[in-house]
Design a protein around this ligand. Sequence first.
Ligand code: ZN
Length: 62
Amino acid sequence: MDGLGEVQCPSCFEFFTVAVPPAGECPTELDYDCEVCCRPMIISVDGGGGVLARGLDDSLSG
Ligand SMILES: [Zn+2]
């Protein structure tokens, strides 16, 4: 791992790269704005440095 992870924007579905926190700080969640469409999202980081983005709207509807 080089401290970077690729995520797919839940709003525009474009892929982009984000900085992943050190393993000692994972799992965690990051607030992030898409670099393509600038919509806010939550990026979940698991203990292995894997990243998954979800839209804020999704988290409210569940
Ligand atoms: Zn986007």
